[in-house]
Write a protein that binds this ligand. Structure first.
Ligand SMILES: [Zn+2]
Length: 154
């Protein structure tokens, strides 16, 4: 692995790549906060982040802190062929989480046994659509923190 590669963490997994609209999301996760972009005019949350509200066309935005609780809306168990760092851990569980306090907003992440546990750390028999989950924060590289998901009932 190239030591100057800013696209991968020490474990070889891809680091999030942000744009101007999404940068605040990652600034907040680095502080251990989960926030979603909301319209500052009509207050409707939106994801992924973008400059204009699709409901009222306002360009005024704010980042609302959410509890980090939600439910599994869907999930997948990726199998190879995958990028090498991922293939070594497959199959693992990728969930789509609908946030409890921002219904309609669904975030993609890994469902794991603990914040810093390997991607394949959770028994797939325990994954169910609708299961309550809560966010946990995993540091992939200095200043790069990703939200992951834990089952509310371990
Ligand atoms: Zn709006």
């Amino acid at each position: 692995m190239d030591d100057n590669d800013t696209t991968r963490g020490a474990d070889g997994l891809l680091l999030p790549q942000s744009d101007e609209d999404g940068a605040p999301f990652w600034t907040y996760t680095a502080r251990g906060e989960l926030r979603v972009q909301c319209c500052a005019s009509c207050r409707v949350p939106r994801f992924p982040p973008r400059p204009c509200c699709p409901h009222c066309q306002s360009f005024d935005t704010e980042w609302r802190r959410v509890t980090g609780r939600g439910r599994i809306w869907s999930y997948v168990r990726p199998h190879p062929p995958l990028l090498p760092g991922y293939a070594a851990l497959a199959p693992y569980t990728v969930v789509l989480v609908e946030l409890a306090d921002a219904p309609g907003i669904r975030l993609v992440g890994n469902l794991v046994a603990a914040a810093d546990a390997p991607l394949d750390s959770l028994d797939p028999e325990r994954v169910r659509i609708g299961a309550p989950v809560r966010v946990a924060f995993h540091t992939m590289a200095p200043g790069v923190v990703v939200p992951r998901w834990l089952l509310e009932r371990p």
